[in-house]
Design a protein around this ligand. Sequence first.
Ligand code: HEM
Length: 511
Amino acid sequence: MASPLLLILIIFMIMIIIFLIHGLYQRLRYKLPPGPRPWPIIGNLDKLNPDHKRLCLTEWSKTYGAIVSVWFGSTLHVVVSNSELAKQVLKDNDHQLANRYRNKGIAVAYKNGQDLIWADYGPHYVKVRKVCTLELFSPKSIEALRPIREEEVRAMIESIYEDLNSPDHNYCGGLVLRKYLGSVAFNYITRLVLGKRFVNREGVMDDQGLEFKAIVANEFKLGAPLGLVEHIWWLSWISWLYDNDEASTEHLARKDRLTRAIMEEHKAKSMNINGGGGVKQHFVNALLGLQEKYDLSEDTIMGLLWNMITAGMDTVAITAEWAMAELVKNPKVQQKAQQEMDRVIGLDRAITESDILNLPYLQCIAKEATRLHPPTPLMLPHRASAHIKIGGYDIPQGTVVHVDVWAIARDPSIWADPLEFKPERFLLNDVDIKGYDCRMLSFGAGRRICPAAQLAINLVTSMVAHMLHHFQWTQPEAVQLEEIDMSESPGLVCYMHTPLQAVPTTRLPRH
Ligand code: HEM
C-alpha cells in the first residue's frame, strides 16, 4: 500500500501537470499581449517586487510596449499605458471590463462585493451606483456640503496661524504641510460620511475618533496581498486558513461595532429631530433614509460608508500635498495664481468657494496637479467578464486589466514638456478630467469612473486656494529649490516620499 507521503507527492505532481497543460493551452490558444517570460506556477511573481509592483509594471511597458501581460501566479494581468489602449479598455469595452478583482482580505471585508468599489458589474452595482450618483454626489448634494468644506479649510488656515505664533515654532525649518492638509481631508470625510468631527477645536481627538483612526490604519493592511497562495487558483483551498486569521476577524468585529454604534446614534438623533427630519447631507443619514426606497442591506450601507472613507481620505490629501510641492518648486506659478486672486478678490477678505469660478488659473493648477500626480497611478483593477480583444490581442475572461494613468499623463506624444508643472497648458487647451478625454484619466472613465470626482476637485482647489491666498510659500532656508524631494512612495497609492516642508509668509491679516 502506498504511504501517505507518496500519495501527497502523486497528487502534487498531478496538480503541477494540470497547471502546466492549462498554462500552455492558454498561451497557444490565445494571442496574448507580450510580456516577461513566466515561470510555471509562479508566473512572474519572482520578478515582481511586492513593494515596487507599480514601478515593475511601468518598467516592463518600456521593454514590451504599451500593452503588457504579467502573470501573478496563474492569474493573467494586462497593463495598458497609452491613451488609445485606455480608450479601448474604458470606453469601447467598458461593459465587459467593469468587474473588479477582489483579493481574499477584500472579499471577506466587503462580503464578496456587497458594497460599491468591490462589487462586480450587475444589478446590485447598478443600484448602489445610482444611489451614489443621484443621492450622494449630485450637484445639489455637493453644494449642500459646501459649508462643511469651507469650515474645515478655514480651520486649517487658523491652525497654521496658531502654529506660526506658537513659541515652539521653528520658522526656518518650515511647516510639514501633510499635517494640515491631512487633517482637512480627515475631518471633512468623517463629517461627510459619518456626520462626525472626532477632533475638537483644541485639536484633541475623542475616544471614538482614536478607535476610528486605528481601524482605518488596519483597513489598508487587510487589503494587502496574502502572497503566492492568493494568485494560484489550485492552492486557494488552503486559503481557508486565512478565514480563521484572528487579527482579521478581530479587525472586522471592531469595524462593525464602531459603524453600528454610529448608525444607531444617527437613527436615535433623527427620531428626535422633527420626527425623522434633521441634517440629511451626511452619508449615514442619507443612506439610512434611503434604505427602504432602494432596498439597501445593512452590509451594503456599511460597505458604502467604508468605501467613501478609504477612497476619499488619502486621495485628497495626497493631491493637495503634491500641488503645494509644485507651487513651492515653481514660484512663478505660485505668484501668478496669487496675482489672479489679488485682482479678483483682493486682500481685504478671505477667499470662498464661490470665488473659484472666477479664478481660471487656480483651476488649472488643480488640474495640472492631478495630471502629474494621480494619487492612484494604476487606478483600481478591472476584470474581464467575457473574452475580448484589446490592441489586437486576446484578453481572456477573468483577466485583470490595469490602466497606467500615470504613464499616460506623462506621454510625450500627447503632452508638450510632460514632466513640467505648467498649468497654462489647460488655459490653451481645456482638457476634460472627468472621463471624456483619455489623455487625462486620474479619476478613471466609463462606468466605474470616480463618482466623487467633482467633490474631490472642489475640495483640493479650495485647500490650495486658501493656502495661496493667506500665505506665500517658500522652501526652508537650508534647502535649494532643486533639492526638494519630488520622489514618490513606492506603493499603489502615490504619496510624496518625503513629506513637504515649507515656510509660510503671511499675505492676509488673520480674519
Ligand atoms: C483627488 C481625489 C480622487 C481621485 C484622483 C480619485 C480617483 C479614483 C479612481 C482612479 C477610481 C477608480 C476608477 C476605475 O476603477 O475606473 C476611483 C473610484 C472611486 N472613488 Fe475616487 N478619487 C478621488 C477622491 C474620491 C473621494 C473624495 C471619494 C468619496 C468621498 C471617492 C470615492 C470613490 C469611489 C466610491 C470609487 C469606486 C467607484 C466604482 O467602483 O464604481 N473618490 N476614484
